[in-house]
Design a protein around this ligand. Structure first.
Ligand SMILES: [Mg+2]
Length: 125
């Protein structure tokens, strides 16, 4: 069986490496991008099974990048999870409205991340 492909789009280098290492250890084929523009390009190229998309990034932010992918019929069915440190009420609704498939608040537990990823991958679209 081919490993699931996961794309991590995150500007923070420490987070990016940590998530990549944890998910690679759990058998996923992981790619990384450091801003929204690179993330959109890699998503189009790789068509990953799951994208973990940081929201706050310099340059193109995650909301914009997610919107571009969800607005393009070629990539609109990609599963995208928003990673955010916003603690504002109503965020979940905002992300779901923007087409995101889920939402994860930082700090992200690396113990829980593999189980969450597994669950998102199993969810029907
Ligand atoms: Mg960030």
């Amino acid at each position: 069986m081919m490993p699931h492909k996961i794309l991590i789009v995150e500007d923070n280098e420490n987070n990016r490496s940590l998530f990549r290492d944890v998910l690679t250890f759990h058998g996923y084929q992981v790619s990384v991008a450091s801003d929204g523009q690179e993330g959109v390009a890699l998503a189009r190229e790789l068509m990953p099974d799951l994208i973990l998309m940081d929201i706050q990034m310099p340059g193109m932010d995650g909301m914009t990048a997610g919107g571009i992918l969800k607005g393009d019929p070629a990539t609109s069915r990609l599963k995208i999870i928003a990673l955010t440190s916003f603690a504002m009420r109503g965020d979940l609704e905002k992300f779901l409205e923007a087409g995101f498939d889920g939402y994860l608040s930082k700090p992200i537990s690396t113990r829980e991340l593999p189980d969450l990823v597994k669950r998102w991958l199993q969810e029907e679209k």
